[in-house]
Design a protein around this ligand. Structure first.
Ligand SMILES: [Zn+2]
Length: 345
């Protein structure tokens, strides 16, 4: 409709141009005192204005396609404990007899999220493989324009790759934090080593910590899938976040689960809805400076870290440190988690 209106508008202006014959004769007339009679100047003005208007109309018609090509970048962090059907170690690591099958389900949930995001207008996707060894996703299943972050260590941990150019962040397969008494495989960053993590006095799980990193860059976390405990934890921090509960926690190693196909369909549908209404979901921002307190399961990490002036030992198993912002807080936490004497190569 815009194109038709443009054409008729231009034709109208051309008809006006053809009517200029008499004006040109008047210009040649002997009685003319000025070489540019007033009427001619007026008509030239009308013609120029008309062509300018046609040009602007054509340009306006071309703008919507240009806007449609605007970049919409979506960041997707994928963990595994919150993937459909996962209840224990047999699904979670290379030695588990079900691991290879559950890598398929994990990958399929990430792909469902990508499809939903694309249906909502996403033009660029970055996926962070954020579970275990960071090498779980079957990368050959992704389309060539998707970029994937793999393995550790990496400065921003589970959120590696996020920056302020992203429009939204999506969490797939997330689990609840170590302070949650009811979630499937509830832990924070390390089930073997950490018993608690607070940021500015507030206990944060991996989803909350990740949301605060995204919030540092002004990016809202718009979606999370996992068990009912994991989704409730993030909703407490980000009330408008879209959630898909793929299983109900019955215990640390037990759940009432949906089937992979049913969960993937829901994830696709709700990620689409979440990315569409991303501007209505506020980023979770933690104001700096950031005070982080880590409680270890063992005694000696707290003892050794207290040798460094950056850390204050606040209890037998606990240290505190201060960081400028969530990026620095994450980098220090990555160091605490990953450093070991004799690291090689
Ligand atoms: Zn995790």
């Amino acid at each position: 409709m815009v194109a038709q209106a443009t054409r008729s508008n231009c034709n109208h202006r051309l008809r006006r141009f053809r009517r200029l014959g008499p004006t040109r004769q008047a210009f040649r007339g002997p009685s003319s005192r000025s070489p540019f009679p007033e009427r001619l100047i007026r008509e030239i003005g009308v013609i120029c204005g008309s062509f300018l208007l046609c040009g602007l109309t054509l340009l306006t018609a071309a703008v919507p396609p240009l806007l449609a090509q605007q970049r919409v970048k979506v960041f997707i962090a994928v963990d595994m404990e919150g993937v459909t059907g996962v209840v224990g170690p047999e699904q979670l690591g290379p030695t588990g007899f079900e691991y290879q099958r559950f890598r398929e389900f994990m990958t399929a949930e990430a792909l469902a999220a990508i499809e939903g995001a694309r249906e909502a207008g996403a033009t660029e996707i970055l996926v962070a493989d954020s579970h275990g060894n960071g090498q779980n996703l079957l990368i050959e299943r992704f389309s060539p324009d998707v970029r994937i972050v793999r393995s550790w260590p990496r400065p921003l941990g589970m959120m590696q790759g996020i920056d302020s150019s992203f429009a939204a962040a999506v969490f797939i397969g997330f689990h609840s934090g170590t302070a949650n008494p009811a979630g499937v495989r509830a832990h924070t960053f390390s089930s073997a080593n950490l018993a608690g993590l607070t940021v500015n006095g507030q206990e944060l799980s991996e989803s909350g910590f990740g949301a605060a990193v995204a919030g540092h860059f002004g990016v809202p976390v718009v979606f999370i899938s996992g068990d009912d405990m994991a989704t409730a934890e993030l909703r407490a921090l980000v009330p408008d976040v879209e959630t898909v509960v793929v299983k109900q926690a019955l215990g640390f190693h037990s759940a009432l689960t949906a089937t992979p196909a049913a969960a993937q369909a829901r994830i696709r549908e709700r990620v689409r809805a979440a990315v569409i209404r991303r501007s209505a979901i506020a980023p979770f921002r933690v104001a700096g400076p950031v005070a982080v307190e880590i409680t270890f399961k063992n005694y000696r990490p707290a003892e050794m870290l207290s040798y460094l002036s950056l850390f204050t030992r606040t209890a037998s198993h606990r240290v505190r440190y201060a960081a400028r912002d969530m990026v620095e807080a994450t980098r220090i936490l990555q160091f605490v988690e990953e450093y070991e004497f004799g690291l090689a190569p």
